[in-house]
Design a protein around this ligand. Sequence first.
Ligand code: MG
Length: 330
Amino acid sequence: MARRSEFQQIADLFAPLAASAPGALGLKDDAALLVPPAGQQLVVTVDAILSGVHYLPDDPPDLVARKLVRVNLSDLAAMGATPAGMLLACAFPRDCSDAWVEAFAAGLALDVVEFGCPVIGGDTVATPGPATFSLTALGWAPMGQALLRRGAKAGDLIAVTGTIGDGAVGLWAAQGRLTGLGVPEDACAALAARYHLPQPRLVIGQALRGLASAAMDISDGLVQDLGHVCAASGVCAEIRLEAVPLSAALQVAREHTHIADELVLTGGDDYELLLTIPPENWPEVEARLGPLAPTVIGLCREDDSAAETVRVLDRQGQPMQLAATGWQHF
Ligand SMILES: [Mg+2]
């Protein structure tokens, strides 16, 4: 059977994902038209993922598409933005089947609906190399109210949403490295799902506008990413290992195999939010978020160039020596 042409692919698989955005013009024009809502600022981010680097070559195509969407929406969440649309550049390997592309588009379709974020444009090409996808996400935030990395002050609480370390241990689960160790299957499945399908914390990011002094999403490891907030804000940080929230699945996995604290602290792919919150705002954070309120793991301190920027205290209250702080791309 002949493969779909580029134009057939757009018409059959991608144009339906633009249906809820009149400004996307059915993906039939040269560009999309957007009208910013009154008083809102455009928030734009882009992230690319590559087969064999950011996802496993055998990962199901629908999950690859959804991870691509979610890592980008996680950046919008970190800014306190509401998703408005996405632009997608796809480089499919020459031997990629129609079925793979169809499943990829079906995954996109699920998240277009789940997050109210239509595809408003894009491009598809064939590549002699590994599959590569780049997604540009657009969002809105009330003028001047987007959350930034640079507002943390000494004395602010440091908090994280959800649980930490599931992305890194979830990669082990997805690779089958937890199989045969006695880790219950539901724990393996829960961890693999956390690796494949991160949950962008959009509602939390939006709710914390005006309350958090700084925010970012944790993509490359808690300690390294906290270092980025500290550098942007001109503060140091001290966090307690004991306070870092772990999922039930990770705790169960830990009963059956060694999972180093270091992996939890420095592994990537969690896509939770890292927040700093002035203590006087904490009661309002709890009031707005209830059970979704983040977990406090430490405090911002005055910048003291003699000490390391991010200090992690172990269960005995002693500073931990970490060989690395997070994922290095280069
Ligand atoms: Mg980010």
